[in-house]
Design a protein around this ligand. Structure first.
Ligand code: GSH
Length: 215
């Protein structure tokens, strides 16, 4: 059973955990408390010198970067190729969303929220606007299919919902994105293990982020 080092509050950890639930692979859960700096313990740094979560250890493979973990779990343990489709064009559409999430959507959220949450700055409306621009693109990308790519859920849904649910928990107004809100509700009710994986971390994140970001 793969070891999975994680923190429930972390969106990339929830994304990888959701993929594990979707493909039905059991993980040996190893929670780290980032607020106590447990990621810097020498034993963990020996496993992942970059000291970040999620980190997966599966036999002789030690892997970090959540989206790589997601596609690995889907490829290695998926009973069909539906979670990470082999068809090159369908896979390209899934990959586009994984890169979009990392390089644009979550990146813009991080640039907006992290200086406020961890640096004591006031929320910057220009950075919020950039996040809303990315949300508008996601809303457009969701046109014409019931899941992020096509009519079955893929690793892209697990990755995107980990981000978007964190935005929601942090009080970002999603009300003007009809497709995103419909898709988000579907993820919440249909993705295997969604509540188990997400509820605690989102509650903790929302508890401290919502108020700070609303000022
Ligand atoms: N791009 C990475 C980001 C990983 C990351 O920054 N994780 C944070 C938690 S969300 C972390 O481990 N922070 C503690 C540290 O870097 O020391 C991924 O998607 O896995």
């Amino acid at each position: 059973m793969p070891d999975f080092y994680f923190a429930s509050m972390s969106p990339p950890c929830r994304a990888a955990h959701l993929v594990a639930k979707a493909v039905g692979v059991d993980l040996n859960l190893k929670p780290l408390d980032l607020s106590k700096g447990e990621q810097n313990d020498p034993d963990f740094v020996a496993i992942n010198p970059q000291h970040c979560v999620p980190t997966l250890v599966d036999g002789d493979l030690t892997l970090w970067e959540s989206r790589a973990i997601c596609t690995y779990l889907a490829s290695q343990y998926g009973k069909s190729d539906s979670f990470y489709p082999r068809d090159p064009k369908t896979r390209a559409r899934v990959d586009r969303l994984l890169y979009f999430d990392m390089g644009t959507l979550y990146d813009r959220f991080g640039k907006y929220a992290y200086p406020v949450l961890f640096g004591g700055e006031r929320p910057d409306p220009a950075k919020l606007e950039k996040l809303h621009e990315a949300l508008g693109w996601l809303d457009d990308l969701l046109a014409g299919s019931s899941w992020a790519v096509g009519d079955r859920f893929t690793v892209a849904d697990c990755v995107l919902v980990a981000s978007v649910s964190s935005f929601e928990a942090g009080g970002i107004d999603l009300g003007s994105y009809g497709r995103i809100t419909t898709w988000l509700e579907k993820c919440k009710t249909s993705l295997p293990g969604y509540e188990e994986v997400s509820a605690q971390g989102l509650a903790i994140f929302g508890g401290f982020a919502r108020e700070k970001l609303s000022k």
